[in-house]
Ligand binder design. Structure first.
Ligand code: DAK
Length: 259
């Protein structure tokens, strides 16, 4: 499968579909082809029976230092409108399986936006986050002003968006962007360990929990609660619900099949 990719590497390991950004010489600057490859790999893993959890990380000394400035430099408003690549990017938001980011070094601009599309984020102790777009005379365009603001609130988000300064990993954790800070050499090991915990759970529960939690960003509390309830009912149509409850009563570990 990897042969089709130029700027990423992929691997399936213990039910975890792993994507590694792979332009280390330019700190994994995200060019258009890389966006296409990331979305293609996410969608492939989302459909694959062999994969339960998705993980994204970067090769070299950074997760990603943003979009490829050399590629963007000659863009104009009309060519961007016609290309409309954000439609492709938005498909990341439709991935049903959980996505865990394992980030380190620089997580900037489009790299930060990619990290913010992850459901959970593990970060190495050397990670720096930021939106330097303002220093280039532009602004985030792939969700930076929207997703960051929803997670950390407008006041704190605007400080980072206005100044373009970098936030260290401790602050990112305190702000709720990062789940765990891990020593750099243990980043992949610890993230994979956590991914395996999620992979051991009934996949339909995980799928519908993610689906419902995402609605909390868009729906009123009442609408969100109604939506959650339908997903709760739906799980009673699954074999894993029968198995999970029976296993509890029989005092044995459940054997989930994903059905
Ligand atoms: N683009 C292109 N090349 C980059 C790059 C980038 N974003 N970031 C780093 N590089 C390259 C450098 O030019 C350098 O290349 P050589 O000179 O060796 O050929 C190499 O990577 C190593 O970088 P440095 O020598 O600069 O390394 P330092 O440790 O000194 O500095 C740094 C690291 C991260 C502080 C610095 O490289 C830096 O400031 N990088 C730029 C950060 C930035 O402004 N990022 C872009 C923000 S705009 C979209 C989705 C998203 C976006 C747009 C569209 N669509 C879906 C359509 C997002 C836009 C952005 O991210």
């Amino acid at each position: 499968m990897d042969k089709q990719y130029q700027y990423i590497e992929t691997e399936v390991k213990d039910s975890i579909g792993i994507i590694r950004l792979n332009r280390p010489k330019v700190l994994n600057a995200i060019n258009r082809q890389m966006v296409t490859e990331i979305v293609t790999a996410y969608e492939y893993f989302d459909k694959s029976d062999k994969v339960k959890v998705l993980m994204i990380t970067g090769n070299g000394r950074a997760f990603a230092a943003g979009a490829d400035i050399d590629e963007m430099t000659n863009d104009d408003a009309i060519s961007l409108e016609i290309l409309n690549q954000f439609v492709e990017w938005d498909r990341i938001l439709t991935i049903k399986k959980p996505i865990i980011g394992a980030v380190h070094g620089y997580v900037l601009g489009g790299g930060f936006e990619l990290a913010l599309t992850c459901d959970l984020l593990f970060a190495a102790d050397n990670t720096k986050f930021g939106f330097p777009e303002v220093n280039l005379g532009v602004m985030p365009g792939a969700g930076g002003t929207q997703i960051l603001t929803r997670i950390i609130g407008k006041t704190r988000a605007l400080e980072w968006l206005f100044t373009g300064e970098m936030m260290d990993v401790q602050e990112a954790k305190q702000s709720g962007i990062v789940n765990r800070i891990v020593p750099e050499q243990l980043l992949l090991e610890e993230t994979e360990k956590f991914a395996k915990v999620i992979a051991s759970k009934p996949p339909l529960s995980i799928r519908l929990i993610k689906d419902a939690a995402k609605k909390a960003l868009d729906y009123s509390l009442y609408e969100g609660m109604q939506y959650e309830r339908k997903n709760f009912y739906l799980l009673f149509a699954s074999e894993d619900q029968k198995e999970g409850m029976k296993a509890f009563q029989e005092k044995r570990p459940p054997n989930f099949t994903g059905k």
